[in-house]
Design a protein around this ligand. Structure first.
Ligand SMILES: [Fe+2]
Ligand SMILES: [Fe+2]
Length: 325
């Protein structure tokens, strides 16, 4: 069940649950939003509002029942960008920050072999998280990018197979972080800087919770949204092959509906983004953006940006105040 909607105030999100601070910043929305609503703040940063709300509400509820519904609302490219920003956050920021604190906490007993081993254990854990996230960036997300390009990668395992490995890796991460906490809680000699070490332990708990929520989002909403996309891409590929065989019956300007991707392109075009910027945002090549634009022109029979803007407003794809006139 949705808790926050597009007219909620951004500040209320954080007042409701401080964990949303990280969610908001990973979407690239800065603090200091005054009395801005979710829609206004997201639009000012070029963030897809339904995707933002889906993640916010999922983090708050962790609700399995709403996964199907949320997966239909998200933009896969926006969600993937969010996940990639989260990976950078964990790998480049959070894990090194905790490592620095841990060193400070155990420094006073540097002669102690256990301190050295604990740091080694931490480094192995951090390396495991890093390997996991690199695998996602270079395998899973690369596969999804191909789907976003409208391609079904030949010979590649389908997403279901990739996601299964993904889920297995997530349970292994949980096991390692439990071990890390246990070593500190149960076995670390009490002659260390207790305040500093306890504080580090708190940080590890908070990071673990954050990481768990991240993995959970990947296994549920992201996985389901990608499955839907994959199904769509495969169906289109099949349809096109069949269509090619049936040949030349197609006419210009039929009542073909715009795909979700095409709608996304329109939203970005009317906000004044260039083809190159659209390509970057949607994780596709400039050529694919141009193909989408040609298909949009064919389906809508509208060829000018001004015409497209009117079309987008009339069809509720954008609000008047988002449009770059
Ligand atoms: Fe991840
Ligand atoms: Fe993951």
């Amino acid at each position: 069940m949705m808790r926050f909607t597009e007219n909620a105030l951004m500040s209320d999100l954080i007042h409701d649950d401080y964990r949303l601070i990280q969610v908001i910043s990973r979407f690239g929305v800065g603090l200091g939003f005054g009395n801005q609503t979710v829609t206004a703040a997201c639009e000012a940063s070029g963030v897809n509002v339904p995707t933002f709300l889906a993640v916010v509400n999922f983090v708050l509820s962790g609700d399995h029942a709403s996964v199907e519904e949320l997966a239909k609302q998200v933009s896969v490219s926006e969600l993937m960008r969010y996940l990639q920003r989260s990976h950078s956050y964990f790998v480049d920021f959070r894990l090194p920050a905790i490592r620095r604190k841990l060193i400070e906490a155990i420094n006073c007993s540097a002669h102690n072999q256990i301190a050295f081993l604990m740091l080694k254990f931490y480094d192995e854990y951090a390396a495991e998280v890093q390997r996991h996230m690199e695998y996602e960036n270079t395998h899973i997300h690369v596969y999804v990018k191909q789907l976003l390009e409208g391609q079904v990668p030949a010979g590649a395992p389908n997403y279901q197979t990739l996601a299964q490995q993904h889920e297995d890796n997530h349970s292994s991460l949980t096991k390692s972080s439990n071990e890390l906490k246990n070593i500190i809680i149960k076995y670390y000699p009490s002659d260390s800087d207790t305040l500093q070490l306890s504080d580090t332990l708190m940080d590890i708990y908070i990071m673990e919770e954050d990481l768990f929520s991240h993995c959970h989002l990947e296994d549920t909403v992201f996985a389901q949204a990608v499955r839907l996309l994959e199904k769509d891409v495969r169906a289109r590929a099949h349809h096109e092959t069949a269509g090619n065989k049936a040949a030349s019956k197609d006419t210009m300007g039929t009542n073909e509906e715009l795909s979700e991707r095409e709608k996304e392109v329109i939203q970005l075009v009317v906000r004044g983004l260039s083809n190159k910027e659209i390509a970057e945002r949607m994780f596709i090549s400039t050529n694919t953006v141009m193909t989408h634009r040609r298909n949009i022109a064919r389906k809508t029979q509208i060829h000018s940006p001004a015409g497209l803007t009117i079309y987008a407003i009339v069809n509720g794809l954008v609000n008047l105040d988002e449009v770059k006139l």
